[in-house]
Each structure stands twice: as structure tokens, then as C-alpha cells.
Design a protein around this ligand. Structure first.
Ligand SMILES: [Zn+2]
Length: 308
């Protein structure tokens, strides 16, 4: 379901891959791991009280039109003060300012907050997470963000359009086919109804995708617990490998869609916070939209099974 060409330079092999459905491309260059630019140990100090800490969150954040916020377990959900989408909501996940670990309950309560805030909105929702400043978080205190507009984001739009085209052309659901294919691949990690595997054409370093059997956010409610336990496992696996910073995006189609697109989450590892602000997003990622990653996706499956 993807194609690969190899660029061979003496003893260096660069894999250039293309996802057949969408045309999205990436390059995989394991040699670049040798640069060792991502030390394991530099983390933010956990000191201080911020606007998302329990002492301040109810005073410093906006409320919904009904004058309230959504509180589920430790999580608190409210509108983003600085929105970039028609609907843009923030969920503070934990009471703790900079927790070392997340429990499944913390994640599922936060996702339930997002679900409550987004479920009746018209349009194309996604639930997203920047963890750590080097992954784009402006606040260290962990939080997830839901956005919803009348149109999908660029990448989600390509997936939705091409999935519909695929169904029309082949009378077969792309995501059912992909599920079968990935489950039997070296990239498969764990899970059944929601299953997780390394993406063969990664959007970022060690991209792991969680595939859901549903299309829209309105169907998400009964899958939140299962999804959360999977996400906690992926975060734990990253941590074991020394990745503390990551991004996550969980994409949905609009409610009452034709079902040709199925929701999925992408999680990518990002460079850890570091004193020089060394970045892992450069001209290839930002201007050519063709990410360069370091790890071969098939190796992630093998490594995961070894460690678990
Ligand atoms: Zn805080």
C-alpha cells in the first residue's frame, strides 16, 4: 500500500517512500541517527504554578457559553483563549504541572472532556496533543486541543477525499484493507478492535498509528477507554526509548459521513527539549512537506515486541 525507491550513496541507503492512497512522501535515513542530536535527559524543571495548575485554572481560563467548564476526573476543558479554528477547545489533563507518567484514567477522562465539548459541533473535528515545548507546546502543563471547522485540515482532507475515491473505484473500504495488511506486517504492535502499528510512510520520527473502526467523533464514546490504554502504551514505549516529546493527532470525518474514511491517530516522537533549541523540523518538513525520519518502520515492530 506504499512504494519505495532507494537512493544509494556508497554505504548509505536512503529510503524514499510514497503512500499509494494519498501520494504523501517521506525519506528514511537511519544514518542520521549517528548525529546523536537528541540527548535523553534534558527536561523542563517542574517548578512553578501556571494558569493550568489547579490553583489557577478556574480563575485564569475562559468558560463556554453556558458559563461553565467541563470537569471530568482531574481534567478541565474550556475554550482556547487564542483560537485558530471555529471551535478550539483545550483540556488540561492532570492536576500535576509536569507529571512523569500518565494513567489510562487521566487520558480517558481528558478525552471524554474533548468528546463532550466537540460531539455536537458541525464540521470536521480532531483531537491533538503537543507534549513538551520542543513539540510545540506553549504550556508545559499537559493539555490536549480539539479543533473543528467546516472543512477538514489539509492532510485529513486528502485522506477523506482519497478514501471516498478508493471506495468508488474498487468497491472496497481502504481502511479495512489497510487493517488486514498492517496486522500481518512487521509494523504491527498491539491491539485488535483498535490496533496500533508503525506507519510505513511516517509523517515524523517513529510514527505509530492507532486505527479505529469508526468514522466520526459521535461514535467515539464507547472506544475512549480502549483508545486511551493504547495511547498510554505508546507514550510509555516512547519514554523507554528516551523520547519525552511527542505530537498526537486523532482525525475524524464529519458526523453521518459515508463511512469510507475511518478515524485514526498518529503519534510522532519529537526531539527532546534542549538548551540550544536544536529542532527536528527543518526545510524538508516545513517547506517541502516531505519529512525526513531516522527509524525504519519495520524495525519499530520488531523492537516493540522485544521490549514488551
Ligand atoms: Zn501548571
Amino acid at each position: 500500500m506504499f512504494s519505495e525507491e532507494k537512493i544509494i550513496l556508497k554505504d548509505i541507503i536512503i529510503h524514499r517512500r510514497c503512500e499509494s492512497l494519498t501520494g504523501f512522501k517521506c525519506r528514511i535515513s537511519p544514518t542520521r541517527l549517528k548525529r546523536g542530536i537528541d540527548p535523553f535527559s534534558v527536561l523542563n524543571p517542574a517548578s512553578g504554578v501556571c494558569n493550568f495548575c489547579p490553583e489557577r485554572v478556574y480563575a485564569d481560563t475562559p468558560v463556554f457559553e453556558n458559563k461553565s467548564r467541563i470537569t471530568i476526573g482531574e481534567s478541565v476543558t474550556f475554550p482556547n483563549l487564542y483560537p485558530f479554528a471555529k471551535v478550539h477547545v483545550v483540556t488540561v489533563i492532570t492536576k500535576e504541572h509536569s507529571p512523569e507518567y500518565y494513567t489510562k484514567k487521566q487520558i480517558s477522562d481528558a478525552l471524554k472532556g474533548q468528546y463532550e465539548a466537540l460531539k455536537d459541533k458541525e464540521g470536521y473535528p480532531s483531537i491533538n496533543w503537543n507534549n513538551q515545548p520542543s513539540a510545540g507546546a506553549s504550556m508545559i502543563h499537559p493539555h490536549i486541543q480539539g479543533i473543528c471547522d467546516d472543512f477538514p485540515t489539509y492532510a485529513t482532507g486528502v485522506y477523506i477525499r482519497k478514501s471516498s475515491q478508493y471506495l468508488t473505484d474498487r468497491d472496497e473500504n481502504y481502511w479495512d484493507k489497510l487493517r488486514e495488511n498492517e496486522k500481518n506486517s512487521e509494523r504491527y504492535l498491539f491491539g485488535d478492535e483498535i490496533f496500533w502499528s508503525a506507519n510505513p510512510v511516517p509523517f515524523g520520527e517513529k510514527e505509530i498509528r492507532g486505527y479505529l473502526p469508526i468514522s466520526s467523533l459521535s461514535e467515539f464514546s464507547s472506544y475512549i477507554d480502549d483508545f486511551s490504554s493504547g495511547l498510554v502504551k505508546v507514550i510509555g514505549y516512547y519514554k523507554e526509548l528516551g523520547h519525552y516529546a511527542f505530537n498526537m493527532a486523532l482525525r475524524f470525518d464529519k458526523n453521518n459521513s459515508d463511512g469510507s474514511f475511518k478515524a485514526f491517530a498518529s503519534v510522532i516522537a519529537r526531539i527532546n527539549p534542549n538548551p540550544l533549541s536544536t529542532s527536528d523540523s527543518a526545510f524538508m518538513e516545513r517547506l517541502h512537506l516531505e519529512p525526513v525520519v531516522l527509524t525504519i518502520p519495520e524495525d519499530i515492530g520488531e523492537n516493540y515486541r522485544k521490549m514488551n
